[in-house]
Design a protein around this ligand. Structure first.
Ligand code: GDP
Ligand code: MG
Length: 325
C-alpha cells in the first residue's frame, strides 16, 4: 500500500517551540511506534536532525537549544514506513512565523498561502507559555491566533472547503506543555476552543486534535539542565497519517459500493450473451477481491494508529469523537 504524499504545514509564532518539537518528533519516530517509523529522505538532513537532537540531550546549558531558523521557510521530506515498507511520504514545512507578524509583506503571506493551498494537514502551535493562566485579549495577541484564523479562512475560501465527509485534519499543538501543566486540562482545552472557535463549529468538517506536547517535564523548572524526556510528540504525526488513511478508506468503500451496484446490474440484465456476462462477472469479482484486500489493510493500520490516539481530545465539527476504524 502506498498512499498519496501529504504536506504538513506548521504555523506558530517565533519561539513557540516548533523546531525543538520537530527534533523530538523525529528522534522518537525514528525508533518508531508500533512498527511505524519515519526517516528523512535526505541523508544529510537525517544527520543534521540527529546531531541537533543529541546536542539537546547532551548539553546542559543554554546552547543545547536549536538556533532560530535562518531561512523564512524550511522544508523537510520524510518517508513514513510500516515494517520498513514505505506507506507514504510527507513534506514538512517549518515556518519562521514572519507572515504571522504585523510586519509581514505581501510576498510572505502569498508564499505561505500557496503552500497551505495544497497542504493535507495543518499544525497550529500555541506555546504553553501563553496558557499558564486563563487567556486574556493581550495573550491572544501574543499567540497570533487571529492571524492563524485568517490563514485558515484564506484556505477555505480560495482552495478547499472541508465537509463532514471529507474533513480537513488540524492539529492544535500545545508546545511546552510543561509550562501550563499546573492548570486543569479541561480549562486549557476550553481556552483553545475559544481562540479557534471556527474550527469547532457544527457541520464545518474540521477534524481537530488538541495535543499537549513537551520535551520534558523538568524543563519548566530548569530549561537548560532539565532532562529531555519527550511527551506525546509522536501523536500529531500518528494523527496526520490516521486521517490520511481514513479518507483513503472512505474512497475505497465508495468504490466498493459502486462495484456492488455494477454487479447487481449485470445480474439483472439479460442483454448480454452468457459468455460476455461471465467474463465481466469474473473481472468484477477480481476487482472486488482486490478492493476488499486494500480495505482490510487500511483498517488494520488505522486500528493500530487509533489505539495510540485514545488518550487525546479529538473533535469532528465541534463534537468530541474517539478515533476508530
Ligand atoms: N519549557 C519548555 N521550553 C521549550 C520547549 N521546547 C522549546 N523550548 C524553549 O523555547 C525556545 C524556542 O524554541 P524553538 O524550537 O526554537 O521555537 P521556534 O522558533 O518555534 O522554532 C527554545 O530555545 C527553548 O528555550 C519545551 O518543551 N518546554
Ligand atoms: Mg524554529
Amino acid at each position: 500500500m502506498m498512499l498519496n504524499d501529504i504536506k504538513i504545514a506548521m504555523l506558530g509564532t517565533t519561539g513557540a517551540g516548533k523546531t525543538s518539537y520537530l527534533l523530538a518528533m523525529y528522534a522518537v519516530m525514528q525508533t518508531g511506534i508500533k512498527g511505524f517509523t519515519l526517516s528523512a529522505k535526505d541523508m544529510d538532513m537525517d544527520l543534521d536532525l540527529i546531531e541537533k537532537w543529541e546536542q539537546l540531550i547532551d548539553i546542559e546549558a543554554e546552547d543545547r537549544w536549536p538556533l532560530p531558523n535562518a531561512a523564512a521557510i524550511e522544508h523537510y521530506s520524510f518517508n513514513f514506513s510500516y515494517g520498513f515498507r514505505p506507506i507514504m511520504s510527507f513534506d514538512w514545512l517549518d515556518y519562521r512565523g514572519l507572515a504571522l507578524s504585523d510586519r509581514s509583506s505581501e510576498q510572505d503571506v502569498q508564499a505561505l498561502c500557496n503552500y497551505l493551498a495544497d497542504s493535507g494537514c495543518l499544525f497550529l502551535c500555541v506555546s504553553g507559555e501563553n496558557l499558564q493562566d486563563k487567556i486574556t485579549p493581550a495573550i491572544v495577541r501574543q499567540i497570533k491566533s487571529d492571524r492563524m484564523n485568517q490563514f485558515i479562512q484564506q484556505i477555505i475560501s480560495n482552495y478547499r472547503q472541508p465537509t463532514p465527509d471529507q474533513p480537513f485534519p488540524v492539529v492544535i499543538l500545545i508546545t511546552k506543555y510543561d509550562l501550563c501543566h499546573h492548570r486543569d486540562k479541561q480549562a486549557v482545552i476550553e481556552d483553545i476552543k475559544r481562540i479557534f472557535q471556527a474550527l469547532f463549529t457544527p457541520n464545518s468538517g474540521w477534524l481537530v486534535m488538541i495535543c499537549p506536547v513537551s520535551l520534558g517535564k523538568e524543563l519548566c523548572q530548569d530549561i537548560d539542565r532539565g532532562s529531555i524526556v519527550p511527551v506525546n510528540v509522536h501523536l500529531p504525526i500518528v494523527f496526520a497519517i490516521y486521517s490520511q488513511l481514513r479518507s483513503y478508506g472512505i474512497k475505497l468503500k465508495t468504490a466498493r459500493l459502486r462495484l456492488h451496484e455494477e454487479i447487481d446490474k449485470l445480474k439483472q440484465s439479460g442483454m448480454l450473451t452468457k459468455f460476455l456476462k461471465n467474463g465481466l462477472f469474473q473481472e468484477n469479482a477480481k476487482k472486488l477481491e482486490e478492493l476488499e484486500e486494500k480495505i482490510e489493510i487500511v483498517e488494520e493500520n488505522m486500528g493500530l494508529l487509533a489505539e495510540e490516539l485514545q488518550q487525546v481530545s479529538l473533535f469532528l465539527s465541534g463534537s468530541e469523537v474517539k478515533a476508530n476504524v
